[in-house]
Ligand binder design. Structure first.
Ligand code: TRP
Length: 491
């Protein structure tokens, strides 16, 4: 069920929510509309993410799950995870189970190429996806929904979205994905064959009533939009990519994906999970794997909580093409401040880091936990003034954007062609688990062309159990050491 879907909102508005005046309304989060609750006073409130977890029926990522992630991967969780920016999931435990056993899974994410203006908010899910790829060492497919951005706009032409598609692919590549493990595809180009069969398979199991309930469509909605969910959903099935996972569908239908996405995309995959649960491979008892999900929250617009950055409004966002000077001016001029009106009052009462945009951006981009905590304490106590906080934020964003621009300058048409070519991929999975990853052989016959749903032999299971025990012992020792160090550090 969508939360308060507004049919009018399906038409894309060029005006950012933060600048518009609002009538009182409930919080709205779906693939076409994101806005915090509006009170009687017309003020937009921050999006309530806990409420979304409840309404969508997802699970909160808690400390126990983070601890397990760290144990299983041997890597400190990404700062987005540590700080509740990636905050919710579906079936992440099952993906960790598979990783532990060396059973195959893949990553799936996407981008709607709606303009050439990529902002820092767009890069959040991709930054996180790169971390997942580096951490799990698994294949990644990235869908470019050029069809969606044509269907969901009154103005855009097909040629226009095609142009955005290849430019956006360059922006995505610039995040730093590994070409050996990443397949980027455009819906217009890749449609057909195994993928199209899955699109149709999915659409056959969704009624108009369901699509309406999930997305809020009405009788005037064009039928392309109504059908689009089956396209976005069909990439959740590994059998859509025979060049990566092999031709044997009795094996590939059982390989799940993990989808890192912003929370507004969840309705597509809730729908896909429902259908997966009902589908069997050729009437056998082999089920279609349900996609697992890991959800991120939005980066607030410069105007403050309750809004998200808009690609069409320059003063709402920091864009990846902005110069250091533009970044500085935008933060200084527009970033909503949680500071007090006068210096005296601020020194006395301190600032509010919950609504302060500069502080929010530091939570997203400043890697060092201790430094962030120091800044929080100093700002909330009134020791640090808004100007100083903004200066730190400006520096971090300038560094982040400059590093991106440097990588982006090196991405050429050849790179796009490589990432977008239908070809086998190469990956290793969990180095500590027995390898049972089915890979399609490449031209040099390098990867094993086995296929397989990753069931382990008794011997492999034994070995794994032993490894797990060693891991647990190691973790225990590390913890003890940490506690000792902590105790020693106490004054
Ligand atoms: N609909 C998404 C957008 O407009 C693009 C997309 C397609 C996507 N598949 C996805 C996003 C999977 C996240 C995960 O940006």
């Amino acid at each position: 069920m969508a939360t308060n879907v507004n049919a009018e909102a399906l038409k894309e508005s060029p005006i950012p929510d933060a600048i518009e005046k609002h009538a009182a309304s409930k919080q709205t989060v779906d693939p076409y509309n994101v806005q915090g609750e509006v009170g009687e006073d017309g003020v937009v409130k921050a999006i309530d993410y806990n409420k979304l977890i409840e309404e969508f029926g997802t699970k909160k990522i808690d400390q126990a799950l983070l601890d397990r992630l760290e144990r299983v991967t041997g890597k400190k969780p990404h700062r987005f995870l540590r700080r509740g920016i990636v905050f919710s999931h579906r079936d992440l435990e099952l993906i960790l189970d598979r990783y532990e056993k060396g059973e195959p899974f893949y990553l799936y994410t996407g981008r709607g190429p709606s303009s050439d203006s990529v902002h820092v908010g767009h890069t959040i899910p991709f930054e996180f996806t790169k971390w997942l790829q580096d951490t799990f060492d698994v294949p990644l497919v990235i869908m470019m929904t050029d069809d969606e951005k044509y269907l969901f706009s009154d103005k855009r032409t097909i040629e226009e979205v095609e142009g955005y598609c290849s430019n956006n692919a360059k922006d995505i590549i610039a995040v730093g994905f590994d070409p050996n493990k990443t397949f980027i595809f455009s819906d217009f180009q890749y449609m057909g064959g195994a993928f199209y069969k899955n699109v149709v398979r999915l659409s056959k199991h969704i009624t108009l009533n369901q699509a309406r309930a999930i997305f809020g469509f009405n009788d005037s909605t064009n039928i392309g939009r109504i059908h689009f969910g089956s396209i976005q959903g069909a990439s959740s099935w590994a059998s859509s990519f025979p060049h990566i996972f092999g031709e044997d569908e009795s094996k590939t239908v059982a390989i799940p994906c993990l989808i890192p996405c912003a929370i507004d995309q969840d309705p597509y995959f809730r729908m896909t999970r429902d259908v997966s649960a009902r589908l069997k491979y050729k009437n056998s008892n082999i089920s279609y794997a349900k996609p697992a999900l890991i959800h991120s929250r939005f980066l607030d617009a410069l105007q403050g909580p309750g809004t998200k950055m808009s690609a069409s409004v320059d003063e709402s966002a920091i864009f990846m093409r902005d110069t250091p000077n533009q970044i500085k001016n935008k933060i200084n001029k527009y970033a909503f401040s949680g500071g007090k009106v006068t210096v005296e009052e601020h020194r006395e009462k301190g600032g509010d880091t919950n609504v302060d945009v500069a502080f929010q951006y530091l939570r997203f981009f400043l890697e060092d936990d201790e430094e962030l905590e120091k800044i929080r304490v100093a700002y909330e106590s009134g020791d640090m003034l808004t100007g100083d906080l903004k200066a730190i934020c400006i520096k971090e964003l300038q560094t982040y954007v400059a590093a991106f621009q440097e990588r982006r300058a090196k991405v050429d048409d050849e790179a796009v062609k490589l990432f977008m070519t239908t070809r086998p991929l190469k990956w290793n999975g969990n180095p500590r688990a027995p390898i049972v990853v089915p890979q399609v052989q490449n031209a040099d016959g390098e990867a094993a062309a086995e296929g397989g749903d990753g069931k382990l032999t008794k011997n492999q299971l034994k070995k794994l159990e032993k490894q797990k025990q060693i891991e647990a012992k190691k973790a225990q020792k590390a913890k003890e050491k940490e506690e000792k160090d902590k105790a020693a550090a106490q004054p």
